[in-house]
Design a protein around this ligand. Sequence first.
Ligand SMILES: [Zn+2]
Length: 235
Amino acid sequence: MTPRRVRDIEYQLLPGSQRKTTDIVIERNGQIVVRPPVGYTPEQVDSLVESKRLWIYRNLAEWKDLNATAVAREWVNGETFLYLGGAYRLSLVSGQDESLKLKDGRFCLSRDLIEQGGTQAARTAFEQFYADKGQQRFADRVAYFAPKVGVEISSIRVKDMGYRWASCGRNGALNFHWKCMMAPPKIIDYFVVHELCHFHHRNHTDAFWNEVDKVLPDWRERKEWLRKRGASLDI
Ligand SMILES: [Zn+2]
């Protein structure tokens, strides 16, 4: 196949066929492939392609639509995403500036984003959304609970923590997994208090749980919720 360009249309030129007509096909990967009758010069094919511009554009647009839907299918059809314990349906939105935003009870994901970057870009947009929201929420909740637990925090980061929900450094640094933001607020508070209490006790001894109990007397229920439902907090 020879790549050719006529104005803004790029196409692959196949060797001539015995048929009398020119075949123009949009391949599954969106490539335009042209097979002319045998004996056509490349210049003749160029002008033929140009005369079919409108048809080509219409079909390319249709291909893009179908393709975006195919990529987004697992992200769109009946798909819901958790945020602060609520389930929100996903909508693909054209012409949206932000990659992802929560609006009118729906997660609105940019159609351009998924057309260009596919599932990976969508996943990244969600991770970024949870991380951004998490940064604010964890800052608020840590500011609220730290004095109650009697500790001072130097920094808070929300990021991918692998299989861990959270961690605390000896220097007063707290880290939370962005997935925590999918949990209900009560569970988020449990993450916060749990980590704060680790500044007093690095382990999970009775003394540690006693510390948690002073601030969250119903910590057992929250811990149990996490044990049962924690695995569902994922995208
Ligand atoms: Zn712990």
